[in-house]
Design a binder for this molecule. Structure first.
Ligand code: CA
Length: 225
């Protein structure tokens, strides 16, 4: 999943970005409101973490413009002070959640997971596809009783497919949502990772769950036949 972080405090921004990347997210970072609005409008991000106090354009104005343009990307607002009016303004203008600084990083991750689940059919932290279990909180993956070890990239790919289980996910969507703007879009890296993933998720099991839909993309589901 791809996250846009709009935060002007360089040190805090770097800490959040690093933490999110360690949790398997791709992160695009903006350091002022105008840049943030541009990226939120132009990039296919799955969620936005948005500071309220920002140079050039404050977070509440930014969010208002985003929502007026019909962009419904989930947004968590970071409010610097525990002022009720900022929270109310933020929620009224279309924020999905907020956190008051200083916040616990694990809480940010939990709220982010909750927001990302809203767009999918999954309401729990653990996603099930047949006997495959993906715990989006601990990143533990099991097939039956077998614990499957995945690299961060493999996990991110599997999680993205799992949130969209039963639906075809195109290569373009994978490129856009798993990788940030620095990613080399022309490479065949997706096929490479898909093969790694298939080797770990399906190899040795009778039921295959990861399928290629020729000319369209990939789908994670229990096969019908
Ligand atoms: Ca700020």
């Amino acid at each position: 999943m791809r996250i846009l972080l709009v935060e002007d405090e360089a040190e805090l921004s770097a800490i959040i970005k690093k933490g999110l990347e360690e949790a398997g997210y791709s992160v695009d970072a903006a350091s002022d409101g105008e840049e943030g609005l541009h990226m939120a409008t132009e990039y296919p991000v799955d969620a936005v973490i948005l500071d309220v106090m920002l140079p050039k354009l404050d977070g509440i104005t930014l969010l208002g413009r985003l929502r007026r343009e019909g962009i419904k990307t989930p947004v968590i607002m970071l409010t610097a002070k525990d002022t009720l009016s900022d929270k109310i303004k933020g929620l009224d203008v279309g924020a999905d959640d907020y956190l008051t600084k200083p916040f616990d990083f694990d809480e940010l991750l939990a709220r982010l997971r909750s927001l990302l689940r809203r767009g999918s059919e999954t309401k729990e932290a653990v996603i099930h596809i047949a006997d495959l279990q993906i715990d989006t909180a601990s990143h533990e993956v099991r097939r039956g009783n077998k614990l499957i070890k995945l690299s961060a990239r493999e996990y991110a790919l599997l999680e993205y497919l799992a949130y969209r289980k039963g639906s075809v996910v195109t290569r373009g969507e994978i490129t856009e949502h798993i990788y940030d703007e620095s990613f080399e879009k022309d490479s065949n890296i997706i096929d490479v990772y898909m093969n790694y993933l298939r080797g770990k998720i399906d190899k040795g099991f009778d039921k295959k769950l990861l399928h290629t839909v020729r000319g369209a993309g990939y789908i994670l589901k229990e096969a019908q036949e």
